[in-house]
Design a protein around this ligand. Structure first.
Ligand code: DC
Length: 217
């Protein structure tokens, strides 16, 4: 399998890049963060608090998360409902980071991701793709950028959607989220030994895409 694994912190540009690379290679793009976000949305809707581990684990059995493709776009479904439009809020981002430390949540979603990676060639992005989910992927990238660049990208993305936000708040949230994602006990975000490190702070999208295509050939 020619799978491509892309990991990195929030706002590094993973999904933008992964989508373009997938299109150019004729692969399927799999956004694993969206699955953790759908799980988080379910947890928020159930009124479960981040510290209620038992309830989070029970929720894993009640939340059926799957993905489908509509016009080439990944659509995440939560118990049959398409939730793409509901999972990009800061509330869901933070809850996804908090609840993704849970072993049962990870076990459930990793199984789904590994199944997708076996069925077809994928470009998959997330936090543990090169280290856990697609350990055997022949091409692994660790994509990052400076805190300021990542915060500005997230800010622009939200403003473009008409969501009012504060750049400093976004930066604070991103740093907090990265700290949690990098320091959790299970599958923390880290560069796989065989992943190529790419800092996209002063690279254009085209440059990053070309580099990854080159590395994957
Ligand atoms: O990539 P993202 O911002 O959509 O991910 C949301 C959260 O989900 C992120 O803060 C950590 C978690 N996540 C994870 O633990 N493992 C992944 N493979 C993808 C995301």
């Amino acid at each position: 399998m020619g799978n491509i694994a892309i990991d990195g912190p929030a706002g590094a540009g993973k999904s933008t890049i992964a989508k373009i690379v997938a299109k150019k290679k004729g692969y399927i793009y799999v956004d694993t963060g969206a699955m953790y976000r759908a799980m988080a949305l379910f947890i928020i809707r159930e009124g479960i608090k981040p510290e209620e581990t038992d309830k989070i684990e029970e929720a894993c059995d009640k939340a059926d998360i799957s993905i489908k493709y509509v016009d080439g776009e990944q659509v995440v479904t939560l118990n049959g409902e398409s939730v793409n439009g509901l999972i990009r809020t800061e509330e869901v981002s933070n809850m996804a980071s908090v609840t993704s430390v849970n072993a049962k949540v990870r076990e459930k979603l990793v199984a789904l991701q590994q199944k997708l990676g076996k069925e077809t060639d994928v470009v998959m992005d997330g936090r543990d793709i090169g280290t856990v989910v697609l350990k055997d992927a022949p091409c692994k990238i660790y994509l990052t950028a400076s805190d300021d660049v990542r915060a500005k990208r997230r800010y622009d993305e939200l403003m473009e959607k008409g969501v009012q936000c504060d750049l400093n708040e976004i930066k604070k949230d991103i740093i907090e989220r990265d700290h949690r994602d990098m320091n959790r006990a299970i599958s923390p975000l880290r560069r796989a030994d065989d992943a190529v490190f790419l800092d996209s702070s002063s690279m254009t999208i085209d440059e990053v895409v070309s580099k990854i295509i080159e590395l994957s050939e």
